[in-house]
Design a protein. Structure first.
Length: 99
């Protein structure tokens, strides 16, 4: 079978149809909680605030999920590590460790 430029153009048109078939969804970009609300202060002693950025397994939630900017995510990470070191926040959750 010979290569045909028109076949390539037809296949490109099909890709556009696939995009138009997707359900319309609205994805709003998450804003950094610390940038948006200046009264929301990051403090390693605030355990409740730290818990909102730590998963059930004790991991720090990534930036793409929490919506923090890079600067505040770095500060949050060091604050969580400082709180863990002082035993204010646990390294792992207090659940069953068996599988």
């Amino acid at each position: 079978m010979a290569y045909n430029r028109e076949d390539k153009m037809d296949s490109m048109d099909q890709g556009d149809d696939k995009d138009s078939r997707r359900s319309p969804s609205f994805h709003r970009k998450k804003g950094c909680r610390f940038c948006l609300d200046r009264e929301f202060v990051m403090d390693y002693k605030d355990v409740r605030m730290m818990q909102s950025f730590i998963s059930e397994h004790g991991k720090i939630t990534p930036r793409r999920i929490s919506g923090n900017c890079a600067d505040h995510q770095r500060k949050l990470t060091s604050a969580v590590k400082r709180a863990r070191n002082l035993a204010l926040v646990g390294y792992v959750s207090s659940g069953h460790f068996g599988h």
